[in-house]
Design a protein around this ligand. Structure first.
Ligand SMILES: CC(C)(COP(=O)(O)OP(=O)(O)OC[C@H]1O[C@@H](n2cnc3c(N)ncnc32)[C@H](O)[C@@H]1OP(=O)(O)O)[C@@H](O)C(=O)NCCC(=O)NCCS
Length: 295
């Protein structure tokens, strides 16, 4: 029998302190004190699982529930196992716990660096399937809060608010299977902002942004661009607006996973000050029914 087990994070000071210890031994990137970390983990969207052995936390998976135009999801955000406890199936078991928590409705996903075979193996063993193509993660780190003027392109960028705007955006994003109702409902969900770029009374494109508060940072994910091949000047204005929004909200960064063949998106992000980080694959899984807890 295994000498470790998986349980939910209990929200205690001890759990937060011990999780932070494992984070230090697996990533060492968490900028928060145990108290700050505990406050972040108390957010309602957090779904955190721990591995315990001999009365100590030896592994963790911080999951996030997100809502967006693609529907509710569980994100397997950060996974770490203490070096003394690796290779025993702990990461796999943590990922399976998150899949079971998806209550039959939400898809579960995580991004894994193409240079991290141990993590990829754990995701595969937990039943996740990788995306065929890898994406580059491009990141904009907010350094100053002074607002910057948006690039002049003859149009305006603002959050989607009205049905007529959702109608127009749905019409141009047709290939992305988005209806007016879905756009309107999605744009009103907590943590979701849909920006629209309008010029001469016509909506040219949209951008879906998700606000996330993880163990390592608070930021905006550029989740989707509508239509996916957006007109250059409108795209640039929306990227600049996303950065301004992150500044205004006191966030740390804006990130975007860019598929290899999206040259114009990559060029626009680089022009606006994003830096490439690493290459990742998206790993996805269906939720697991709770009764398969013994898997
Ligand atoms: C990635 C990590 C969480 C895996 O934890 P773990 O508990 O050892 O994972 P598991 O035991 O469930 O599975 C790991 C699998 O990868 C395999 N593996 C380990 N190192 C490997 C390597 N360098 N190349 C290929 N496979 C490797 C293990 O053999 C095991 O597969 P197996 O059971 O089929 O033999 C752990 O190594 C870690 O904390 N790394 C540092 C932080 C990190 O990279 N986190 C993931 C990114 S979010």
């Amino acid at each position: 029998m295994a000498d470790w087990f998986i349980r939910p994070y209990a929200g205690t000071r001890e759990d937060a302190l011990e999780l932070l210890e494992v984070e230090k031994r697996s990533f060492g990137e968490c900028p928060y004190s145990a108290q700050e970390l505990a406050a972040r983990l108390a957010r309602p969207e957090q779904r955190v699982w721990l591995a315990e052995a001999a009365g100590r936390v030896v592994g963790f998976l911080s999951g996030l529930e997100t809502l967006g135009l693609g529907g509710p999801r569980l994100e397997a955000d950060l996974l770490g196992v203490h070096p003394d406890w690796r290779g025993k199936g702990i990461a796999t078991a943590l990922l399976l716990a998150l899949r079971r928590q998806a209550d039959g409705r939400k898809s579960v996903r995580g991004v894994v660096s193409v240079h991290n075979p141990a993590s990829a193996r754990a995701f595969a063993r937990a039943g996740f399937a990788p995306s065929e193509h890898a994406c580059d993660l491009l990141l904009y780190r907010i350094r100053g809060r002074t607002p910057r003027a948006l690039p002049a392109w003859g149009g305006a960028v603002r959050p989607l608010a009205q049905r007529i705007e959702a109608d127009q955006l749905a019409a141009i994003a047709r290939g992305d299977l988005l209806t007016t109702d879905r756009l309107l409902k999605g744009s009103q969900e907590t943590g979701v902002t849909v920006l629209i770029a309008e010029k001469e009374a016509a909506i040219r494109s949209g951008m879906e942004l998700l606000e996330v508060h993880t163990l390592l940072y608070s930021g905006l994910w550029i989740e989707s661009i509508l239509p996916s091949e957006a007109w250059g000047p409108a795209l640039r204005a929306m990227v600049a607006a996303a950065i301004e929004l992150a500044k205004a909200r006191g966030l740390d960064e804006v990130g975007c996973l860019v598929p290899q063949d999206r040259w114009s998106l990559r060029a626009t992000l680089l022009e606006e000050g994003f830096s490439p980080l690493d290459r990742y694959r998206m790993w996805q899984a269906h939720p697991l029914p709770t009764e398969r807890a013994s898997l």
